[in-house]
Design a protein around this ligand. Structure first.
Ligand SMILES: [Cu+2]
Length: 211
């Protein structure tokens, strides 16, 4: 019975050990022999962004006038300027910005990358809102300038003798002449000239310039 429990505990302990073959990805750092410092991912591409986690860093310092210095949240590893050869570091990268520089030439021999989820893009801006009115009486009103893009247009049609008609690049919207009430349109305005008018009285008209 005791032997059986011992085997069970051994098996349970083994299950807690990370699976074999889960070696951390290896980043390749290089400095020199020229005035060049690089850090590449396992595919050989320059590192610009990584997921948080544990990485192996294999550094080849090929010059006695340069060094390779990796620093960022929780990490500060460097070769010496005078020394040459290879170094292997195991680093845990967390959210933030990391830099790799040659401390002898930090303004010209440098690079950086970010770790973690990139900040999400801002939500799309609310559409531009424009208001128009036709009536009461022989009157029409609408802005004369606007910005290209998605636009919510609210029209108050206060007369049964005129309508509000907006026409221009990509837009042809109108209320009914007999209609009285509020109409709401969401349109995409493009740069150019739009005309707003009543189809019942040609004198009731104006121009909207979109830029
Ligand atoms: Cu240097």
């Amino acid at each position: 019975m005791i032997v059986r429990i011992g085997i069970f505990l051994l098996a349970a302990a083994a299950a807690l050990v990370p699976a074999a073959g889960a070696d951390p990805p290896t980043l390749q750092g290089n400095v020199g022999p020229a005035f060049v410092i690089t850090l590449n991912d396992p595919s050989g591409n320059p590192v610009t962004h990584l997921d948080p986690g544990t990485y192996a860093v294999h550094v080849s310092d090929q010059s006695d006038i340069h060094n390779f210095h990796l620093a960022g949240p929780g990490v500060n590893q460097a070769t010496t300027v005078e020394g040459t050869g290879t170094s292997d570091w195991l680093v845990t990268l967390s959210v933030g910005t990391y830099t790799f520089v040659c401390d002898a030439h930090p303004t010209t021999m440098k690079g950086s990358f970010t770790v973690g989820t990139p900040t999400p893009p801002p939500p799309p801006a609310a559409p531009q809102a424009l208001k128009g009115r036709v009536g009461p009486g022989l009157k029409i009103a609408f802005p004369h300038s606007a910005t290209a893009g998605r636009t919510k247009i609210t029209i108050r049609d206060l007369t049964a003798k005129d309508n509000f008609h907006l026409v221009g690049p990509g837009v042809n919207k109108r209320t009914g002449i007999a209609f009285k009430g509020t109409a709401t349109w969401t349109v995409t305005l493009r740069a150019g000239k739009y005309a707003f008018r009543s189809d019942a009285h040609k004198a009731l008209r104006g121009t909207l310039t979109v830029s």
